[in-house]
Design a protein around this ligand. Structure first.
Ligand code: ZN
Length: 352
């Protein structure tokens, strides 16, 4: 009977634990033995996460290297078994054995089985990242603690390797997290991972993605059309001063995937279901302020708040702080989990 043993195990820590826990014993996991050329037979016992396993396998196979993962239907034939282990405290944690275990042993990947109620980390995106990381260990790769890599020691909320996802480091950039709600590093492998794979097992790097981020649901639309009308007001001294009425159209609410909705209370903060309207003399602003309350110099936050109308209807705002000259108005919406619209609704009016 063949000797079966479990090779050394590496631990992928979720970001919360990585911050709170002392350095894990697996921090320094070294390179494992190289696999012989040819197929690496994988049996997936984590059947509810078949999509995640397939994505992770496809990512590593994209280099067309001398080794490639091939799924098999019979566990007895497998050289790698992917299975559930709910002793792992939450999705984002995983185990992977390191390198080729030899002809008589089976390499192993373990993940936690989760549900949509557990958020993005338990959805296919988060699980694909964890499985790909653990398969990286199976291929013999150690952690990369310095660069954006699937072999970072942790993944951030099912979005990507921790060093691939900008982190909020202080109150001034607390809004960074909102930028990545509902998105993930869908290429799974980062350039450094492809380089390591090619160096170790040969092959050809696939064409790089133009945008490493993919949407897990379409972002909310901006509040378009944005209609401007002169609506001058009395100045209290018998005259009038210029004012502009802005009609903002409330967009439809996006349909949130269940795992995003489950993260809603975690993510939304104070930005739930809001609209932010800015005025800039001259040209329109190039981009949305990261902190919605701190627009760049020259741009004024005219108003912000919740909607008082139903989707599809327009809400009027009176701006009586306007000055003469061309004025650009730009507005962004924030959805129910605090994710901003990608673009602004914009319109320009010349105030005589
Ligand atoms: Zn690891």
């Amino acid at each position: 009977m063949a000797l079966r043993r479990i090779a050394r195990l590496a631990l992928l820590l979720g970001s919360l634990l990585a911050v709170a826990a002392p350095a894990a014993a697996s921090d320094g996991v070294g390179r494992g033995a190289k696999w012989p050329n040819g197929p690496i037979r994988v049996f997936n016992a984590a059947t509810a996460d078949a999509k995640a396993v397939d994505l992770a396998i496809a990512a590593w196979n994209s280099t067309r290297s001398r080794v490639r993962f091939v799924k098999v239907k019979r566990r007895a034939r497998a050289q790698v078994v992917v299975r559930y282990d709910n002793r792992l405290a939450f999705c984002g944690l995983g185990f992977g054995s390191i390198g080729y275990p030899g002809p008589y042993a089976v390499a192993e990947v373990r993940i936690r089985r989760g549900t949509a109620a557990d958020g993005q980390s338990c959805a296919f995106a988060g699980q694909a990242l964890v499985v790909a990381h653990e398969l990286g260990h199976v291929l013999g790769f150690a952690h990369d603690l310095k660069r954006c890599s699937i072999m970072n020691r942790s993944v951030s909320e099912g979005r990507g390797g921790t060093l691939c996802v900008p982190q909020a480091t202080g109150p001034q950039d607390a809004y960074v997290v909102n930028e990545f709600i509902g998105r993930w590093r869908c290429g799974i492998l980062e350039p450094i991972d492809l380089t390591r794979m090619l160096r170790r097992y040969g092959g050809t790097a696939p064409a790089p993605r133009a945008d490493p981020w993919c949407d897990l649901y379409p972002p909310i639309e901006p509040p378009a059309p944005l209609v401007l009308t002169r609506a001058d007001v009395e100045d209290g001294a018998g005259g009038v001063r210029p004012a502009v009425r802005v009609d903002l159209t409330r967009p439809a609410d996006p349909v949130l995937p269940p795992f995003i909705a489950a993260d809603a209370t975690l993510l939304a903060g104070s930005l739930r279901d809001r609209v932010y309207l800015y005025r800039t003399p001259g040209a329109c602003p190039a981009e949305r302020p990261l902190d919605p309350f701190t627009p760049p110099p020259g741009t004024t936050l005219v108003t912000f708040g919740g909607w008082q109308v139903a989707p599809g209807a327009a809400q009027a705002v009176l701006d009586d702080g306007v000055t003469p000259g061309p004025q650009c108005y730009a507005a962004w919406t924030w959805d129910h989990v605090g994710r901003p619209s990608r673009t602004a609704a914009q319109a320009t009016i010349v105030v005589a």
